[in-house]
Design a binder for this molecule. Structure first.
Ligand SMILES: Cc1ncc(COP(=O)(O)O)c(C=O)c1O
Length: 374
């Protein structure tokens, strides 16, 4: 393939993965993962957390693979964070835990799935209202399990969460009064701040936003609640809120596979995931590839062509169009490698990831945490 893999950069490794002989017959688009890069990202984040004395609970939403979650637990993670009850169910089926569901769930069928998972592995789940807690408690009692809970705080994102310390303290009493639930701590995710480009501003605003959630944790402990868990943070804030002494479950997800957006926000982790595509048309400076928004999460903008340099023009349903730099061209039918703008919403569109090592197919990773109804 013309690449010296001993000295290859991470993106060169992705290019080599795309050309793995065993993948030559595979229809594009498909997702390739460079396993060496993935494993070095996992080891790096774990080492950062170990050095800071904080616990890591990698977010499964970013890869949806129990095979990767297993590696994260083996590397030293305290738990695996999930966004959905399907991810929690997949972990439970694989016997992997503890599971931290970092999303509020109120749908009874989803809550039954969560309680079922809790019958196999320890489960901690986010709660933000007395009504939601009552629904969760009833699913837990029905299945004969106890679900641990963390009180989610809305620290500015305007999604789920209690609004202040007083509401959190009231909810703690309400949770403790319910058979089937136990209060285990506090969650605060600064999702509205993670994409601030200036790293210092991102750090200061994230720490400031999280302050009252830490205060809630203190007040709960002062009031006699055990509350051993404090959870939140992200790949982009792992070294600010993630390094808080209270942090027991840092919910970083994207660091494992990375994407084009996070390359700017967390450059110490390297791209391990690529969409492998085929050139449909290359006329003059116009390059058209064979995937679009239906096979590439585009909620965070444009995918990035790894090589050669090209400007993204637009993404349609099944096509993406780039403008090549003068003097560069690609052959019709040639394979290329593209970094998705948003890895998490791309992985969800594929049933497997092709794991390569040194340019050879090594392991097929099922995205078994996806909704089975998809
Ligand atoms: C609840 C929650 N925690 C943590 C994260 C952080 O994930 P990442 O590291 O991919 O930014 C997210 C991202 O969406 C999230 O929704």
């Amino acid at each position: 393939v013309g690449i010296d893999l001993a000295t290859a950069t991470r993106t060169e490794r992705l290019l080599a993965a795309a050309r793995a002989p065993k993948l030559a017959e595979l229809p594009t688009p498909f997702l390739a993962v460079d396993l060496d890069t993935l494993e070095s990202n996992l080891a790096r984040m774990q080492a950062i957390c170990d050095a800071a004395g904080t616990g890591l609970a990698p977010h499964m939403k970013s890869h949806k693979c129990t095979a990767i979650a297993r590696r994260q637990l083996a590397a030293g993670a305290a738990a695996i964070t999930c966004a959905t009850t399907d991810e929690a169910a997949a972990l439970a089926r694989a016997g992997l835990g503890p599971v931290l569901l970092a999303s509020v769930v109120t749908n009874p069928a989803r809550l039954r799935r969560l309680a079922e998972a809790a019958a196999a592995v320890p489960v901690v789940a986010a709660v933000d209202s007395a009504e939601g807690a009552a629904l969760m408690a009833s699913a837990a009692r029905e299945r004969g399990v106890t679900l641990e809970t963390v009180i989610e705080c809305d620290i500015g994102m305007g999604r789920n969460g209690v609004a202040d310390v007083d509401e959190g303290l009231r909810l703690a009493e309400e949770i403790e009064a319910l058979d089937g639930l136990r209060l285990s701590g506090v969650m605060a995710y600064e999702g509205h701040l993670v994409d601030i480009a200036d790293a210092v501003e991102r750090r200061l605003r994230s720490l400031a936003a999280t302050e009252w959630a830490v205060e809630l944790l203190r007040r709960l402990r002062d009031a006699g609640f055990e509350a051993p868990i404090f959870t939140g943070s992200s790949t982009a804030t792992h070294d600010s809120t993630g390094a808080l002494p209270e942090m027991t479950h840092l919910q970083a997800g994207t660091y494992a596979l990375m994407d084009a957006t996070y390359r700017r926000l967390a450059p110490r982790f390297e791209p391990a995931l690529a969409i492998v595509a085929t050139v449909l048309t290359c006329k003059g400076d116009r390059l058209v590839l064979d995937f679009g928004v239906k096979r590439s999460g585009s909620d965070w903008g444009a995918p990035v062509l790894v090589s050669p340099a090209a400007k993204h023009l637009y993404t349609a349903e099944e096509h993406v169009v780039f403008r090549l730099e003068p003097g560069t061209t690609l052959a019709v039918g040639e394979r290329v490698v593209v970094l998705p703008a948003h890895g998490c919403t791309t992985v969800n569109l594929y049933s497997r990831l092709y794991g390569c090592r040194a340019g050879e197919l090594d392991e097929v990773l099922e995205t078994d945490g996806r909704d089975p109804l998809l």
